[in-house]
Design a protein around this ligand. Structure first.
Ligand SMILES: NC(=O)c1ccc[n+]([C@@H]2O[C@H](COP(=O)([O-])OP(=O)(O)OC[C@H]3O[C@@H](n4cnc5c(N)ncnc54)[C@H](O)[C@@H]3O)[C@@H](O)[C@H]2O)c1
Length: 269
């Protein structure tokens, strides 16, 4: 018996086996959860996700473009048809047009900004509203954020502004849904090599920075994000809502480069 035995939920944001959503899903499944998945519309996208979800016998795999209200509503309707009610929902989605994320924030376009905010931020609002329809006994909603929403991380550009809005959305959603016993939290993950991360910048360089500066002198691995995400979605976190939990080997607490200064002096950096 795992801590998710008898629990059912929907995961949005698996693109492939590198996805953070997949790392969290694996932990949920290990703990006995029944998990449904969405994929971006299109046969190719469906095939990619199906490769992962068929072997685990997932009963739900539905298309969903979070820019479309009707897609979000129908993904939840179909999941509820199969599962009845829902206990948890994972939102692990972000996007910005490449030209807008590669340029300095000050140069970003109005259209790119609208698209990035729609997919990376508003989608959590739409997802939470729909999730609540099927959580009569309460539940847990989780999203993924990054430190670039709290502080400037060079290269993160427009996505940092999206994450700031996402972090604030987590808190307002937690307030709105609290009376329904629905918790809303975020994991703020350190750098993990994924499709989305490759659009943002040099993942190896960023990981090296975490190794040099973080109190634990290393970067996280995706399984650690998986466990922390699973924890926040579980009843073990029943008293936690509106929280941004940093899973980054402590990098976020540093106010200076710390031991990286000594390493640099010793010629090790
Ligand atoms: N990888 C990292 O280093 C890192 C660190 C902190 C936070 N995050 C966040 O984790 C989340 C997941 O990203 P990831 O790194 O696992 O990359 P990923 O590319 O595997 O996941 C991003 C997902 O967003 C989905 N998506 C994009 N546009 C969509 C749309 N219109 N409708 C529905 N889905 C859409 C993609 O299909 C994909 O599944 C993102 O919010 C990302 O910002 C990532």
């Amino acid at each position: 018996m795992g801590i998710f035995s008898g629990k059912k939920g929907l995961v949005l944001g698996v693109a492939n086996d590198y996805s953070i959503a997949w790392a969290i899903s694996q932990k949920l499944i290990e703990e006995g959860a029944e998990v449904g998945f969405t994929h971006l519309p299109g046969e190719k996208m469906e095939r990619r996700v199906r490769k992962l979800t068929d072997p685990i016998g997932a009963k739900v795999l539905v298309p969903c473009d979070v820019q479309k209200d009707e897609d979000v509503a129908s993904a939840f309707d179909k999941t509820a048809e199969a599962f009845g009610s829902l206990d948890f929902v994972l939102h692990s989605i972000a996007f910005a047009p490449i030209a807008d994320i590669k340029c300095p924030f000050v140069e970003s376009s109005r259209d790119g900004f609208k698209t990035a905010m729609d997919i990376s931020v508003y989608s959590l609002v739409a997802v939470s509203r729909n999730a609540a329809r099927f959580m009569p006994e309460g539940g847990s909603i989780l999203t993924l954020t990054y430190l670039g929403g709290e502080r400037v991380v060079s290269g993160y550009n427009m996505m940092g502004v999206c994450k700031a809005a996402l972090d604030a959305s987590v808190k307002y959603l937690a307030y709105d849904l609290g009376p329904k016993k629905i918790r809303v939290n975020a994991v703020s993950a350190g750098p993990v090599k994924t499709l989305a991360a490759s659009a943002v910048g040099d993942a190896d360089a960023l990981a090296g920075l975490y190794e040099a500066v973080s109190p634990m002198q290393r970067n996280i691995d995706r399984a650690e994000v998986g466990s922390a995400g699973m924890f926040l979605l579980s009843d073990l976190a029943s008293g936690i809502t509106g929280e941004i939990l940093h899973v980054d080997c402590g990098y976020n607490v540093m106010g200076s480069p710390g031991r990286a200064i000594e390493a640099s002096k010793a010629g090790k950096l």
